[in-house]
Ligand binder design. Structure first.
Ligand code: PHE
Ligand code: FE
Length: 296
């Protein structure tokens, strides 16, 4: 299949290279932009103790993530490099899949260098530096999660060759972005899309509307997701060791061979074989357009 060349995707940004990276240009952020970071940071840090997993909260401390200004990547990277060898690098916006995976496979996490406007605190479509850095980077200080992300990058390049990227993207979505972890202290958040959102930090744990189901790789890779609303199903792991063993520890080759013949599940589906923690309400599923589908 002949896709558009990378040149067509690459934004016309001064200094951008083949790797889509740009300088963060930290000195160019305005006071208003630093204040947006501060507002969002304070809002989340009040909410997250007892909600985010301990590994995430420890990561904020270990990285000395600033509360009152946008982090300078050079300073952040000094801590991150010592902890796990990861680096945060700046991009102007979303990058093509292959570029994204290549960076992850080399322990580079790409972050948008821009921040949302003061009237976009609760929602914006493209991930900004608050989502990317506050949401994603703390867990990169955890050795197991750090290895998971690198393995995911390598797995992404492999999935592209198998034409199964859509299935692998679901794994990223339901773990890295929207994952929950069942700890001895209770259900906690680790997904970056949740910890960077005030509304979903509350909804994902407290609401009885969505399903919460134990992580099951082949099942999850067949489940569609929505990008424009809170999730209808959250997938729960017991530990990062479990997540790593079930993904990096497995050869996806046989799964990729089967997947093209198997259909997809809707985001709200609950199956007889699912290990369900909480079964969401029918009202919520209905409000999304369909009754929950029970298929064995
Ligand atoms: N083990 C996967 C494969 O064989 C790669 C992978 C690792 C995917 C970690 C996701 C996360 O393709
Ligand atoms: Fe993200």
């Amino acid at each position: 299949m002949e896709g558009p060349s990378l040149d067509e995707y690459r934004p016309d940004h001064p200094g951008i290279g083949d790797d889509f990276l740009i300088p963060q240009a930290w000195e160019n952020y305005s006071d208003t932009e630093h204040e947006v970071w501060e507002t969002l940071y304070k809002r989340q840090i009040e909410l997250l103790p007892g909600r985010a997993c301990q590994e995430f909260l420890d990561g904020l401390d270990k990285l000395k993530m600033p509360a009152d200004k946008i982090p300078n990547f050079d300073e952040l990277n000094e801590h991150l490099m010592k902890l796990t060898g990861w680096q945060v690098v700046a991009v102007p916006g979303l990058v093509p899949d292959g570029i994204f995976f290549e960076h992850l496979a080399n322990r580079r996490f790409v972050s948008g260098n821009f921040i949302r406007k003061p009237d976009q605190l609760d929602y914006l479509q493209e991930p900004d530096i608050f989502h990317d850095v506050f949401g994603h980077v703390p867990l990169l200080s955890n050795p197991i999660f750090a290895d998971y992300m690198e393995a995911y990058g390598k797995g992404g390049l492999r999935a592209m060759r198998h034409d199964c990227l859509q299935n692998l993207s679901r794994l990223y979505w339901y773990t890295v972005e929207f994952g929950l972890i069942n700890t001895p202290e209770g259900m906690r958040i680790y997904g970056a899309g949740i910890v960077s959102s005030k509304g979903e930090s509350i909804f994902s744990l407290d609401s009885d509307a969505p399903n919460r189901i134990h992580f099951d790789l082949p099942r999850l890779m067949r489940t569609k997701y929505r990008i424009d609303d809170y999730q209808q199903t959250y997938w729960v792991i017991d530990s990062f060791e479990e997540l790593f063993a079930e993904t990096a520890g497995k050869d996806f080759g046989p799964i990729y061979e089967e997947l093209p013949d198997l259909g997809s599940y809707e985001p709200w589906d609950v199956l007889a074989r699912d290990k369900v923690y909480t079964h969401g309400t029918q009202e919520y599923a209905k409000s999304k357009g369909r009754m929950p589908v029970h298929a064995a």
